[in-house]
Design a protein around this ligand. Structure first.
Ligand code: PLP
Length: 441
């Protein structure tokens, strides 16, 4: 016993606050109301084992103890990561937990934990919160993978069914929720790829009145929107996108109450512990080095997306960008965003047919060097794809129509490489080549 206490002291050199605890301290509450950059700056800074300014990577799969009793107490749940006791890296790992603390600060939630992909974060949290035979109400405009998970995979594998609704119509959301049966309301803060903006406070009000848990995918708007501060219970992320920023890592996160994160790690009932979509500690370390400049990157993504959207619109093109003042949801988005991060780095151009969409992308990539034809987003280079025939091809034609995805919709994730005017000149060159052969508008 004396040994365990002293081992604990030795191992705790960098801070005293609780790692994951159900206790709601005043400081944590204050952090949860803040600008995400301010909250991130207040997270505990982990120093390296040898006094390095960066933390050491805890690359161990397993952890040793001095006494066998300690292991028993860890498995009984008496000693955990909040006191610096670790069992095995499919369970909590210190480096992954450190990244989780940053994600919690970013989203203003009590806790967070990171996973091997965005899809594993989404599927794990849904399975934790919804049992066999359960029911989900979800937005009809969702990332293709999430849509497939809810419409095909869950009904087949665990009899969890989903009703898809237009979340812009609060009455239809309310009537789709079956009290006593529906456990979750799920939507994206800014939807992929329609860029439809969710009225998060109103949706939470409707959901909470009916006793459901509100889960929001904030992949398109880290820093820009803080769903948990607007009422959401759980925020999920594909870290593979803006948070990574390098298009080199697949990762995800679940941000929410400590009770939920701990339940997902439960040895008997936890979806993360038992399904095992574990993030590697080396990956967690690398991602934790990128979060400090996420705010700077988001500002530039947003700034350029707005400038390009305004200029493209002036040329008469059919641009969809909720940052534009005449976008029907502009005022709503303005009411939801954190100050100074803009309106996000994605814009869409509706070219109406897939042929015209493909031609535009070809000119932009091969004549203008404006960006790359590729799925995904959040990279420093501009990435563009025709959603209907790529990342939303999981939806049927009818479902795509309902989700507002025209066959010619080109989704662009605006990068920040080069100068803005250099990139605009490249865009103009590509548009001129398009115009030579076909009519632009
Ligand atoms: C990419 C994406 C996902 C899936 O994330 P992965 O990291 O690719 O598993 C989920 N939701 C949204 C909105 C996405 O854009």
């Amino acid at each position: 016993m004396a040994e365990t206490e002293s081992a604990e002291m030795n191992r705790k050199r960098s801070g005293t606050d609780e790692v994951i605890s159900d206790n709601d301290s005043k400081r944590k509450n204050a952090v949860r109301q803040m600008d995400p950059a301010a909250a991130l700056a207040l997270t505990r800074h982990e120093f390296g084992e040898h006094g390095g300014v960066n933390m050491s990577i805890e690359a161990s799969a397993t952890f040793t103890v001095m006494e066998p009793e300690t292991l028993c107490r860890m498995f009984a749940g008496e000693l955990g990561p909040d006191r610096d006791f670790y069992i095995y890296s499919r369970h909590f790992n210190p480096t992954v937990l450190n990244l989780g603390r940053h994600m919690a600060a970013l989203e203003g939630t009590e806790a967070a934990y990171c996973t091997a992909s965005g899809m594993s974060a989404i599927s794990s949290v849904l399975l934790q919160l919804c049992s066999s035979g359960g029911h989900v109400v979800a937005s009809n405009t969702l990332y293709g993978g999430t849509h497939a998970l809810l419409s095909h995979f869950f009904p087949r594998t665990c009899n969890i069914t989903t009703t898809f609704v237009d979340i812009g119509d609060l009455e239809s959301v309310e009537s789709a929720i079956v009290e006593g049966k529906t456990s979750l309301l799920y939507f994206e803060s800014i939807a992929n790829p329609s860029l439809k903006v969710a009225n998060i406070p109103e949706l939470c009000r409707v959901g909470h009145a009916k006793g459901v848990t509100v889960v929001v995918d904030n992949t398109f708007a880290p820093m820009v929107i803080s769903p948990a501060l607007l009422g959401a219970d759980v925020v999920v992320h594909s870290i593979s996108k803006f948070i990574s920023g390098g298009a080199d890592i697949i990762a995800g996160a679940v941000c929410g109450p400590a009770g939920l994160v701990n339940s997902m790690m439960d040895l008997h009932q936890g979806s993360l512990m038992l399904l095992g979509p574990t993030m590697n500690a080396k990956v967690a370390f690398e991602l934790s080095e990128r979060i400090p400049h996420l705010g700077l990157r988001m500002k530039e993504h947003s700034h350029r997306a707005l400038v390009f959207a305004e200029r493209l619109k002036k040329l008469g093109m059919k641009v969809i960008y909720p940052g534009l003042e005449d976008h029907p949801q502009h005022e709503l988005l303005k009411s939801l965003t954190n100050k100074d991060y803009g309106y996000g780095g994605l814009l869409c151009i509706d070219m109406e047919t897939v042929e015209r969409a493909n031609l535009l992308m070809t000119h932009l990539q091969n004549d203008g060097q404006f960006g790359f034809m590729a799925v995904s987003l959040g990279y420093y280079e501009t990435l563009m794809s025709c959603s209907g025939s790529s990342t939303s091809s999981e939806l049927s034609e009818e479902e795509r129509k309902i989700a507002g995805i025209s066959p010619g919709l080109v989704r662009m994730s605006i990068g920040y490489i080069g100068t803005l005017e250099q990139k605009w000149t490249q865009m103009e060159k590509a548009l001129a080549r398009f115009q030579e052969k076909h009519s632009l508008v």
